[in-house]
Design a protein around this ligand. Structure first.
Ligand code: ADP
Ligand code: ASP
Ligand code: MG
Length: 452
């Protein structure tokens, strides 16, 4: 069984929703994971913010505007009046539920419930569309199987059992349709996997059903060797190893949610990135196959905070690192980059939720400086087969840009540098000059090598 995930632009209009029905496999059952229509999650977050700020009338007005968009999509999506009526009923019922939450007294957990409606809407409309076409499809609600534990990690035991049950109660379906992004948390509330989380949903389902492949369908022809939003003439990479793709996703390649690779890697499930607008294009295939050659791709992660911690006990303070990391551990705050000298340590975090408490605790035994608006630039390639010259290439390209931190040697396929965010675009463009385009290899070779 394959898992196919379609992102926001791929379900962004009636025309796009109709076109993805043609991309489903004909000869085997599949699970289809859908994002909300492009723009909907942002609109729902904006609406809940109005409600949080007590502006209920504004929240209701914006909700009605969003509903109008859906009503006009329905007009174009279905062939028959019967399905147009069914679609309208379904949409109106959901928007009434949203408005009722504003009227009945808005709470914090209502925000997450409202944001979840984006995926519930697209999934319901697509299911109705397939039914109108006469395709054997079943809707399996993500809220009945996708659950996270108290550490916000997928509860695989529960997910596997529940999704198996959902599939086996609909044995004749060829297409099982479900929502990306949304889940229940450890106390059973409606929650989500974070922005862009539908990719992660697809990977978790792939793991749970032992899929033969997870396909991520989006609006670009694969993972490019640099960020196409800021750099011209980027090209898609045809093959990447799990490690390389995970590094790029973690360090900012927006095409993949950072957590997507892990659930597939542990089961050796290939991840194929495809373009809905150009379905014939081969896309990017991510597997265990590793092509040991050159500098392959560049990505950037914004919103980074650098913390410099200087030991007040000065030299030979063993146990200092331990004390520092205990603080980050206590606040469950992940550290991305780290450099050390004898008496000081610089590190970066992207979750600043507990920054004030962290700096307060660190200040009890050290002096602390914090710098915000930093960006990690991640250079992915093979830095093991031939170590000579890569560092010189990277720093030569960045010679005009002040570098705050460097991380080299921790990973075999990643060099990271920390710079001020205002220099990000300049750095990405400068590094494009050192990307080795000969690393774009033929996917047939990958297929043969890994027996795919
Ligand atoms: P979806 O809504 O389908 O999940 P996203 O907007 O999340 O799509 O991801 C696709 C977008 O990611 C592309 O349109 C592109 O602008 C952006 N992007 C950023 N970095 C990369 C990269 N290295 N390769 C491909 N796309 C990238
Ligand atoms: N709709 C959600 C978002 O916009 C999830 C996703 O698109 O993957 O973040
Ligand atoms: Mg996305």
């Amino acid at each position: 069984m394959k898992v196919l995930k379609f992102g926001g632009t791929s379900v962004g209009s009636a025309e796009r929703i109709r076109s993805i029905a043609n991309l489903l496999p004909n000869n085997e059952p599949c699970v289809v994971v859908l994002s909300a229509m492009a723009g909907t999650t942002n609109s729902l977050i904006d609406i809940t913010n109005e409600a949080i700020n007590g502006k209920m009338l504004m929240a209701i007005e914006k909700t009605k505007k969003l509903e109008d968009k859906y009503i006009s999509t329905i007009e174009k999506l279905y062939e028959t009046k019967t399905y147009r009526n069914r679609g309208e009923e379904f949409v109106s019922e959901i928007f009434q539920q949203i408005i009722r939450k504003f009227i009945d007294g808005f709470t914090d957990s209502n925000s997450r419930e409202i944001v979840a409606f984006g995926e519930i809407l697209s999934t319901g409309l697509f299911h109705m569309y397939l039914t109108e076409l006469g395709k054997k499809s079943a809707y399996i609600s993500a809220l009945r199987f996708m659950r996270t534990d108290k550490d916000k990690e997928p509860d695989y035991f529960y997910i596997e059992e529940s999704i198996d049950r959902a599939i086996s109660t609909n044995p004749f379906a060829q297409v099982y349709i479900t929502e990306g992004f949304i889940c229940r948390n450890s106390i059973g509330e409606i929650d989500n996997l974070g922005r862009g989380g539908s990719d992660y949903t697809a990977a978790i389902i792939g793991n749970a059903v032992n899929a033969t492949e997870v396909q991520i369908w989006t609006d670009i022809d694969g993972l490019h060797n640099n960020d196409p939003r800021f750099v011209e003439n980027t090209t898609p990479l045809r093959s990447l190893s799990y490690d390389e793709a995970a590094e790029l996703a973690y360090f900012g390649a927006k095409i993949l949610h950072p957590a997507t690779i892990q659930p597939c890697r542990v089961k050796g499930i290939p991840v194929l990135l495809k373009n809905t607008l150009q379905p014939e294009d081969e896309g990017t295939l991510i597997t265990a196959f590793h092509n040991p050659q050159g500098i392959k791709a560049i990505a950037a992660k914004d919103g980074i905070t650098a913390i410099n911690i200087r030991s007040s006990r000065m030299l030979l303070a063993y146990g200092f690192l331990n004390k520092v990391f205990e603080v980050f551990n206590h606040y469950k705050t992940a550290v991305d980059m780290i450099t050390t000298s004898e008496v000081a340590i610089s590190l970066t975090i992207d979750n600043t939720e507990n920054l004030t408490a962290i700096t307060k605790q660190l200040s009890a035994f050290s002096s602390v400086d914090v710098e915000q608006n930093q960006t990690i630039i991640c250079i992915v390639g093979d830095f093991v087969a031939n170590r000579n010259g890569y560092a010189a290439l990277v720093f030569g390209a960045l010679k005009e840009i002040p570098i705050r931190m460097i991380s080299y040697g921790g990973s075999n396929n990643n060099i990271s540098v920390l710079i001020d965010s205002q220099n990000k675009v300049k750095a990405l463009q400068a590094l494009q000059g050192i990307v080795d385009n000969s690393t774009v290899i033929n996917s047939e070779l990958v297929a043969q090598t890994i027996n795919y």
